[in-house]
Design a binder for this molecule. Structure first.
Ligand code: MN
Length: 717
C-alpha cells in the first residue's frame, strides 16, 4: 500500500512548499472521513484515494487535482458534506469532488441508457472542469487493479464500461499511457478467451522475439549514431489488447499482425525524424502501404509520429515509430500536460484545444438532443472512431473514421472543397461522392464553383466536422431566404396599417421589437428572419402590441389575411407550438397529419413550421434535421377538416364500393376521390380520399369499413 509520504516525497521537488502542506491537510481530512472503512481487498479504504492521488502526482497535475483526488470518494461514501470540503479546501476542490461524485451516481439499469447517461454526465462535468476526468480515470484504473475482489458480473460490467467509455475518452484527450492501461486492465475481463489465446500465442515466441528485438535495437542505435542523428531506441512486444484490437479491426489472424514487435526512436527535431526514416528505408525494405506521416497530418487527438513497417532478411516485420521527445510526451500525457504543476485557464482550453473539438460538439449535441438513443448514435461516430487512412494524389495521408465517404474526405482537406465538391476520383476512377473510403484509397475531389451543399448531403457524410459545416452553410442560406421573405412580409403588412412612420422602420421599431418579443433582436434583419421562418407571426395582435398606443388601426384586413393565408397554406391550423408564439404553420403534404395523431413541427426556411405526423417516413427515418424539430401539439379546442387517404382491399364483388361509401356517409365522412382497381384473381383495391374531423373520426370510419363482409383490410396510406 502506498503511503502519503511517498507521494509527498515525489512532489516535494517540483511543487511549492504550500502545495505540499495543502496535500498533507487533505490526507488528514480524508483519513478521518474514511476511518474504519475497508475495501473489498481487505485494505483500509484510504488506500484507494491514496493510489488515485499518487497516479495524479505521476501525471504531475496541479495541487487542486491531487487534493480532489484524495477526497474524491468522501462525498459518496462518508458523512462529509460539500460545505465542509469547500470551507477547508476551497470551491474548486469542492466542485471537482462533486463532479466526480455525480458521474458515479448513475443508477439506470438498462445498459444502453446507462451508458448514454454516464457519458452525458461525464461530458457535462468535463466542460465545468476538465480535471474531473483525470480524477475519474485514475479512480477507474485503481478500481480495475482491484477488480479481482468483485463478483464476475460486476467485473464484466466495469471492464466493459471502461473499454466503451473511459478508454476512448482518454484516447480523444491524447492520454496514450492512461488509455493503454485502461485497455489492458479491462481486456481480460471483457474478452477472457481472446485474452488468454493471444497471451498463449505470444508466449512461445516471446524469447526469440525479445532476442530479435534487441539485435534490431542495437543495429538501429548504430545506424543513427553513424548518421549523426541523436536517438534513443526502445523495443517492445505489443500489448495484448492492441494486438487484439488490430486483429478485430482488420479482420486478420495473429500472424498477420505486423506490429506485434515494435520499436520506437525518440529524437530531437522533426527534421531528424524524417532523417531517421530515410536511414531506415535505405537499410531495409519497407511496406509502402503501412507508412504513415502523422507529423504532417496529426491525428485528431494531436498525436504526432512517423510510422513505418520494415521487412527484415529473416522475413519478419517490425513496426517502427519515430517521434521527437516533445511528441512522445504529448502522446503519453496528452491534454493533461497542460496541468503540469500549475493551473491553466481551462475555459480557454475548452474553447480552443483541438483535442476537445468532440467535447464541444458533444455539449452542443447534448443541448439539442437529450434523447439518449439519438445521443448514443452520434457518440459512436465521435467517440469511438475506427480509422481508415487514405491518400491525396500527392501522397499526403488523411485519416478518417471508418465509414467516411469521399465527401467527408473533401471536407477534411478544406471546408471550401467540401462545400463545392463536384465529383470524386478514387484510385484514378470517377466515383460518386457518397462512396465509402477504404484504407489505401487515393482520393481526389474536384471542386466546382457551381456546386453547393444540399440537405441530403447530411446523409452522405459521416464525420461530425463535415455535418457541422454543411449544416452551418444550409442554415446560413436559409437565414438569408428567411430574411428576404420576412422583409417582404413586413413591407406589405406595415403598409396596410397606419403605423406612425417612425415606427415602420429604423431604431424606434427595433426598440419596440426588443420590448415586445421574447427573442433577441439585435438588428432589423433578426426580426425579418424570425418573421420569415415563421417563429413569429405578424398579425393584428402583433401590430397592436407593436403600436405605441397599444392598438393598430387596420386598413385592409382582408388583404392581410390573404398574404398570411397564402404563405402558411392555412391560417388558424389548430396547432400549438411549445414555448413559442405560433408562427406560420402548415400541415405537411407528404403525410397529411390528422388532428389527434402524434405530430412534430419542423422549421422550414421561409415557409414557417410544417407539421409532420410522427409516422411520416421523413420523421421515422430521421431525415429531418434534428435541431429544427420543434415540439407542437394539436389545439384541443380547434375544429378542423383534415385529409386522409385509405387503401381498402377486398374481394371483387358488385356492390362493395357502394357498401363502403354508405358506411362512410353514415359516419359523416366526406369522400373527395375514389379509385377502384380490380385484379383477375377476384381481388379489388379501393383508394379513397376523405375529409374527416380528427383521428378518432377516422378510426371509427375505418372500424365501420372493416365490419363490411368481403373487406380483407383497411389501412391508411
Ligand atoms: Mn473511487
Amino acid at each position: 500500500m502506498i503511503r502519503i509520504d511517498d507521494i509527498l516525497e515525489k512532489i516535494a521537488g517540483s511543487y511549492p512548499e504550500k502545495d505540499v502542506t495543502f496535500l498533507k491537510k487533505a490526507y488528514v481530512f480524508a483519513g478521518r472521513a474514511h476511518k474504519g472503512q475497508v475495501r473489498r481487498s481487505g485494505e483500509p479504504y484510504l488506500s484507494h484515494p491514496l493510489e488515485v492521488a499518487n497516479m495524479l502526482a505521476d501525471m504531475m497535475l496541479d495541487k487542486t487535482t491531487l487534493v480532489a483526488g484524495l477526497l474524491h470518494d468522501a462525498l459518496e461514501d462518508t458523512d462529509v458534506t460539500t460545505e465542509e470540503i469547500r470551507d477547508n479546501f476551497g470551491k474548486e476542490v469542492a466542485d471537482l469532488v462533486e463532479g466526480v461524485t455525480k458521474i458515479s451516481r448513475v443508477q439506470e439499469t438498462s445498459p444502453e441508457v446507462r451508458r448514454a447517461e454516464t457519458i452525458q454526465k461525464i461530458i457535462l462535468a468535463m466542460t465545468d472542469d476538465l480535471r474531473v476526468i483525470f480524477i475519474k480515470l485514475a479512480d477507474r484504473i485503481h478500481n480495475l487493479k482491484t477488480l479481482k475482489y468483485l463478483g464476475e458480473n460486476q467485473q464484466k460490467r466495469i471492464a466493459k464500461e471502461t473499454l466503451e467509455i473511459y478508454a476512448p475518452i482518454a484516447n480523444r484527450l491524447g492520454m496514450g499511457r492512461i488509455k493503454a492501461e485502461l485497455e489492458d486492465l479491462s481486456f481480460r475481463y471483457v474478452e477472457p478467451e481472446a485474452y488468454f489465446r493471444i497471451a498463449a500465442l505470444i508466449e512461445p515466441q516471446k524469447k526469440r522475439a525479445e532476442e530479435d528485438l534487441q539485435k534490431l535495437k542495437a543495429e538501429l542505435e548504430q545506424l543513427t549514431r553513424d548518421n549523426k542523428v541523436p536517438a534513443q531506441v526502445e523495443a517492445r512486444i505489443k500489448r495484448p489488447y492492441s494486438i487484439f484490437d488490430k486483429m478485430k479491426r482488420r479482420n486478420i489472424d495473429f500472424d498477420q499482425v505486423y506490429d506485434f514487435l515494435a520499436l520506437r526512436i525518440i529524437t530531437d527535431t522533426a527534421k531528424n525524424c524524417y532523417a531517421a526514416l530515410g536511414i531506415i528505408h535505405q537499410r531495409w525494405t519497407h511496406l509502402p502501404n503501412r507508412l504513415r506521416d502523422f507529423i504532417t497530418v496529426p491525428k485528431p487527438n494531436l498525436y504526432q509520429a512517423l510510422h513505418t513497417t520494415i521487412l527484415t532478411a529473416e522475413k519478419r516485420t517490425y513496426e517502427i515509430q519515430i517521434r521527437t521527445l516533445e511528441m512522445h510526451n504529448l502522446a503519453e500525457n496528452g491534454i493533461a500536460a497542460h496541468w503540469k504543476y500549475k493551473e491553466p485557464d481551462p475555459s480557454h482550453l475548452i474553447k480552443e484545444d483541438q483535442r476537445l473539438a468532440w467535447l464541444r460538439e458533444m455539449v452542443e449535441l447534448y443541448k439539442e438532443q437529450k434523447n439518449p438513443r439519438e445521443f448514443l448514435k452520434n457518440l459512436k461516430t465521435n467517440l469511438l472512431p475506427e480509422e481508415v487512412y487514405v491518400f491525396t494524389p500527392k501522397g499526403r495521408v488523411v485519416s478518417l473514421p471508418l465509414g467516411a465517404s469521399a465527401l467527408d474526405f473533401a471536407f477534411q482537406i478544406h471546408s471550401e472543397i467540401g462545400l463545392h465538391a463536384g465529383g470524386a476520383k478514387i484510385n484514378g476512377r470517377a466515383a460518386p461522392l457518397r462512396t465509402i473510403l477504404k484504407t489505401g484509397d487515393i482520393v481526389e475531389v474536384q471542386p466546382s464553383s457551381e456546386k453547393m451543399p444540399r440537405r441530403d448531403w447530411l446523409n452522405v457524410v459521416f464525420t461530425s466536422t463535415a455535418r457541422h459545416q454543411i449544416k452551418r452553410w444550409l442554415n446560413q442560406r436559409e437565414k438569408v431566404k428567411s430574411i428576404n421573405l420576412g422583409k417582404k412580409l413586413w413591407d406589405k403588412i406595415q403598409a396596410k396599417y397606419s403605423l406612425p412612420p417612425a415606427l415602420a422602420s429604423g431604431t424606434l421599431l427595433l426598440e419596440r421589437l426588443t420590448q415586445i418579443l421574447t427573442y433577441r433582436v439585435r438588428k432589423i434583419e433578426d426580426f425579418y428572419a424570425l418573421a420569415g421562418s415563421g417563429k413569429i407571426i405578424i398579425d393584428k395582435n402583433f401590430m397592436e402590441k407593436l403600436s405605441l398606443e397599444g392598438r393598430a388601426e387596420e386598413r385592409k384586413p382582408a388583404f392581410l389575411e390573404r398574404v398570411i393565408g397564402r404563405i402558411s397554406g392555412k391560417s388558424g391550423s389548430g396547432i400549438l407550438v411549445k414555448g413559442g408564439e405560433p408562427g406560420l404553420v402548415r400541415l405537411a403534404r407528404c403525410c397529411s397529419p390528422v388532428k389527434g395523431e402524434p405530430i412534430t413541427g419542423y422549421m422550414t426556411a421561409g415557409k414557417g413550421i410544417s407539421i409532420h405526423a410522427v409516422r411520416c417516413p421523413l420523421v421515422a427515418k430521421e431525415i429531418l434535421a434534428n435541431e429544427r424539430l420543434v415540439e407542437v401539439q394539436w389545439d384541443p379546442s380547434a375544429k378542423g377538416a383534415f385529409k386522409a387517404r385509405l387503401l381498402i382491399r377486398s374481394i371483387d364483388s358488385p356492390g362493395v364500393l357502394a357498401k363502403v361509401t354508405t358506411a362512410i356517409a353514415k359516419s359523416e365522412g366526406n369522400i373527395t376521390k375514389a379509385e377502384v382497381l380490380t385484379f383477375p384473381d377476384h381481388r379489388a383495391q379501393i383508394v379513397l380520399n376523405l375529409v374527416i374531423r380528427d383521428l378518432s373520426h377516422l378510426e371509427s370510419i375505418m372500424g365501420q369499413i372493416t365490419r363490411i363482409k368481403l373487406i380483407s383490410s383497411v389501412e391508411r396510406v
